[in-house]
Ligand binder design. Structure first.
Ligand code: UT7
Length: 325
């Protein structure tokens, strides 16, 4: 049975130029390079300049993705930005990106699923593309997480960085089986009862302010390793593939120990895992497309490869999706 698939024809990434090393952080908070590297694998992260908003990072990544796909802003009819750090409470970052890129009137909105945002946004975009409602979709993960950090809290302020990644999805006719190029399947999850494990303590309808990120790291860690595995198995099943078919595992980059733990539980060889956490830290919704862009740029991920993505974040939300590149 033929089927319209959401085919990824372009990928782009952007990292702000300012590098913040662990030693830089050790000057402002009671921590050390040795502790951060041992417990997280993070060595450095990027920080957006004071003049840069999330939409600025998103526009850079989106422009690169459009160029990679051989498209222009004029082609774009759907923009979804996964973000937790919008420029303003409203309008959506997607609307600002549409204006800054000069895209025509179309569909544009944000998805808020924190670090799982990119996986959620891919699934949402697939609904539009596969139903013929979008011919050229930009799916962007962009966050300035450093703006949410309490630099007096060493348990969280060392973990996050800023960045953006974007992909272009276009409709492509497939046979309806796992040989098709495009998004093959996904699984999304949320457990709102776990809010207190990871949240920001402010917002427009409560404090009227932005707030700071709060996390019970150990509990989030345990939840991540156990529950991501279930969602990955569900996404793999929905895609009609086996774990053994996965060429590249592109997980959300929160902690190298989580990445290794999940890959081990899934039986995925660590050589098949694309990791950027040592240089990017946790860039929330941006981390998967940033890692994917790196894997493509350095020649590891090739056309036709099976790519498995997964993430977990505040909500708690988590999910996974499989896409043949
Ligand atoms: O994007 C999804 C959301 N985030 C995550 O997935 C993160 C999940 N959690 C984690 O990655 C880890 O739990 C952390 C990296 C946050 C913490 O690692 P841990 O191995 O779970 O450490 P811990 O919280 O058990 O803390 C161990 C010790 C504590 O000291 P005591 O009580 O043993 O004396 C902490 O106070 O390490 C101390 N500590 C630090 N020491 C130096 C905590 N943060 C720091 C720090 N520098 N930055």
């Amino acid at each position: 049975m033929s089927l319209i698939r959401s085919v990824m024809t372009g990928v782009g990434a952007y990292l702000p130029p300012v590098v913040v090393t662990n030693d830089d952080l050790a000057k402002v908070v009671d921590t050390s390079d040795a502790w951060i590297v041992e417990r997280t694998g993070i060595r450095e992260r990027r920080r957006a300049g004071p003049e840069q908003a999330t939409s600025d990072l998103a526009v850079e990544a989106a422009s690169a993705a459009l160029a990679d796909a051989g498209k222009t802003a004029a082609d774009v009819d759907l923009i979804i930005v996964a973000t937790t750090t919008p420029d303003l409470t409203f309008p959506a970052v997607a609307a600002i990106v549409q204006r800054k890129l000069g895209c025509p009137i179309g569909i544009a909105f944000d998805v808020q699923a924190v670090c799982s945002g990119f996986v959620y946004a891919m699934a949402v975009a697939d609904g539009f593309v596969s139903r013929g409602q979008a011919k050229c979709a930009l799916v962007i993960g962009a966050d300035c997480m450093t703006r949410l950090l309490d630099f007096g809290d060493r348990t969280t302020c060392v973990l996050f960085g800023d960045g953006a990644g974007a992909v272009v999805l276009v409709p492509g006719e497939g046979r309806g089986d796992a040989t098709d190029r495009g998004l093959l399947g996904f699984a999304l999850r949320c457990d709102g009862t776990k809010q207190d494990l990871l949240y920001v303590d402010g917002g427009p309808s409560t404090t009227g302010g932005v707030g700071h990120l709060r996390m019970q790291g150990q509990q989030v860690f345990r939840h991540a390793v156990v529950n991501i595995t279930e969602a990955v198995h569900a996404a793999v099943k929905a895609s009609g593939i086996e774990i053994g078919d996965v060429d590249w595992f592109v997980p959300h980059q929160a902690n190298s120990r989580i990445l290794a733990g999940v890959a081990h539980r899934l039986g995925i060889d660590e050589a098949r895992v694309i990791t950027t956490v040592s240089r990017h830290a946790n860039t929330s919704a941006a981390s998967i497309p940033l890692a994917l862009a790196e894997g493509i740029a350095d020649g590891r991920v090739k056309r036709g490869d099976m790519v498995l993505m997964e993430a977990m974040g505040g909500g708690l939300t988590w999910g996974a999706c499989a896409i043949r590149f």
